[in-house]
Design a protein around this ligand. Structure first.
Ligand SMILES: CC(C)(COP(=O)(O)OP(=O)(O)OC[C@H]1O[C@@H](n2cnc3c(N)ncnc32)[C@H](O)[C@@H]1OP(=O)(O)O)[C@@H](O)C(=O)NCCC(=O)NCCS
Length: 150
């Protein structure tokens, strides 16, 4: 299991004031991380982060340590979510904590299921899915995780 988190971690909903912090988080990700998160190789622009904040079709949660945004997880209305954690803060349970909170939010807003897609080589994401009870479907190109809610 992950080591327990020994610094105060806050998980909360994103607000417009967080645009810069989320942009910085995305700047910390490697091209491989960005591919895992978006399924394309591209640097995320400031404009794209601003667009994420202006759309209403999702809830975005942030993980924060000492005022620094170290993780982000977004759940869309169709039940699909994705998550990213600052490489310097990984393996401390932050990814798991963000997805666990998204599950709670999805359930309390009446969603029937939530799902994620990732690549078969993304061990940490697959591990999060397994730990939190997702049903995993593997094929050569991707893994789909589905969790029935309620
Ligand atoms: C996937 C991701 C969010 C996980 O974040 P994290 O904060 O490291 O996750 P956790 O600490 O909760 O770890 C989850 C599990 O994976 C394991 N794990 C994490 N990184 C690992 C690594 N590099 N090697 C082996 N195991 C690893 C952890 O030990 C933990 O398992 P455990 O509870 O059995 O110990 C992070 O790796 C990331 O941002 N990746 C790039 C973006 C991405 O792939 N997003 C997913 C798309 S949906």
């Amino acid at each position: 299991m992950s080591e327990s988190i020994n610094v105060p971690l806050t998980i909360r909903e994103a607000e417009r004031k967080d645009i810069e912090g989320v942009y910085q988080l995305y700047q910390s990700l490697t091209p491989e991380d960005l591919y895992m998160r978006f399924f394309t190789f591209h640097k995320v622009s400031h404009e794209e982060i601003e667009q994420l904040f202006s759309r209403q079709d999702h809830v975005t949660l942030l993980a924060e340590i000492d005022g620094r945004i170290v993780g982000e997880a977004t759940l869309y209305e169709d039940g699909e979510f994705s998550v990213a954690v600052d490489p310097r803060e990984r393996r401390g349970g932050i990814g798991t904590a963000l997805v666990a909170e998204l599950i709670k939010r999805g359930a309390s807003s009446g969603m029937k299921k939530i799902k994620f897609y990732t690549l078969p080589e993304n061990y940490p994401m697959i591990r999060i899915g397994k730990k939190l009870g997702f049903k995993l479907d593997f094929d050569e190109e991707q893994v789909k995780g589905v969790l029935e809610l309620n």
